[in-house]
Design a binder for this molecule. Structure first.
Ligand code: NAP
Length: 334
């Protein structure tokens, strides 16, 4: 039987439109699967990488970090495959994959992977590592989500800033499933969504009293304050983070982008940036994702928005992602 034709959306150089063209069919290295992608998702990281060429090790490049797919081949012998998601076929590490229950469609399931990886990297590392010179990863040291429900309280409160984003929604879900009391901050129209993710209280980031309200809610929880996971990590959110941390006596500040320079971070704040690929997530992939999806303990939130069909549509989808979304993950069907 002839080998199937692979195609990918290639990035030939930074800040250029993607070009759909033929691509080699990936071969699986040790511990990898080659998969036929059914749905791919667009993440802000994709347009950051396209615009600036960051994190790209080999040109031309295939971007994209999450897929919902069918397994094509398992071959534990051959060498390095292409591993970007913006292609018909991709090689993925088997320990960063989980079986999607039959009741869940590919377009629904594809909202999970990258946010899951980021959320566990925000919550669970016990020791600080290095993302880049001068920037450490955070070490909140919180437990993995539990399949037993409802989780008993751990007596800890975490603030999730940007609770309606993909990463913020997932961090809220996993923290709540680990028994952590989550107080989140979202746009006013997304308060209900964040509560569905498990936040006990949600405040609007445009409310002029948001800092006081969050601080008051943390104090009234009566639990140990862990700190803040800031899913947005931009100058205006850092202003709020530091104001909240100052009133609560400091704590962790886990960011999705580099935190402000060390000189601007108070001594009682441990700031770090997550790096969302880490073996620490493997047990969650292996033991939690499939059963938690089956029991609906893990919800596919925020919901997807299908923005097209085919690799040719990725360029427009990146534009739409860069313009900003509210509580949704942009998804393409292949
Ligand atoms: N370091 C890493 O390893 C890593 C990994 C994954 C993602 N990231 C980064 O993390 C960030 C979030 O990614 P994502 O995919 O979760 O983003 P996303 O879902 O595209 O984020 C959209 C959400 O951002 C919220 N938002 C925008 N401005 C806000 C503000 N000032 N305060 C609070 N919420 C605000 C919006 O909330 P409302 O609609 O409610 O207003 C919206 O729901 C991106 O910058 C991404 O590049 C980093």
């Amino acid at each position: 039987m002839a080998a199937p034709l692979n195609q990918a959306a290639w990035l030939v150089e930074a800040d250029c439109p993607l070009k759909v063209d033929v691509a080699p069919l990936p071969t699986a290295g040790s511990g990898e699967l080659v998969v036929r992608n059914a749905a791919i998702a667009i993440n802000p990281l994709d347009w950051h990488m396209r615009d600036a060429g960051v994190f790209i090790q080999q040109w031309p490049a295939i971007l994209g970090c999450e897929v919902a797919c069918e397994v094509h081949t398992i071959d534990l012998v051959s060498g390095r495959p292409q591993d970007g998601a913006f292609a018909l076929y991709t090689a993925i590490p088997a320990d960063k994959a989980a079986i999607l229950p039959d009741a869940i469609s590919f377009i629904d399931g594809v909202v999970i992977p990258f946010a899951l990886e980021a959320a566990v990297c925000a919550l669970s590392p016990k020791e600080r590592g290095s993302v880049m010179p001068g920037i450490s990863t955070p070490a909140l040291g919180l437990p993995y989500p539990s399949l037993e429900g409802p989780a008993s309280s751990l007596g800890k409160t975490l603030v999730v800033y940007g609770g309606s984003s993909s990463v913020g929604s997932m961090t809220t879900q996993l923290a709540a499933a680990a028994g952590i009391n989550v107080i989140s901050v979202t746009g006013t129209h997304n308060i209900e969504l964040s509560k569905r993710c498990g936040a006990t209280q949600v405040f609007d980031y445009k409310d002029p009293s948001v800092i006081e309200k969050v601080v008051d809610a943390v104090r009234k929880s009566g639990f140990e304050f862990v700190g803040i996971f800031d899913a947005i990590s931009i100058p205006e959110t850092y202003v709020h983070d530091f104001a909240i941390l100052a009133k609560l006596g400091g704590g962790h500040l886990a960011c999705t982008h580099p935190p402000p320079p060390a000189a601007d971070v108070p001594a009682n704040v441990e700031a770090g940036m997550i790096f969302a690929v880490n073996d620490i997530v493997t047990p969650v992939w292996r033991e939690y994702v499939t059963p938690a999806l089956e029991t609906r303990r893990l919800q596919r939130l925020p919901p997807h928005t299908v923005v097209g069909k085919g690799l040719e549509q990725i360029q427009d989808a990146l534009k739409r992602s860069k313009a900003g979304v509210s509580a949704t993950k942009l998804v393409l069907v292949l």
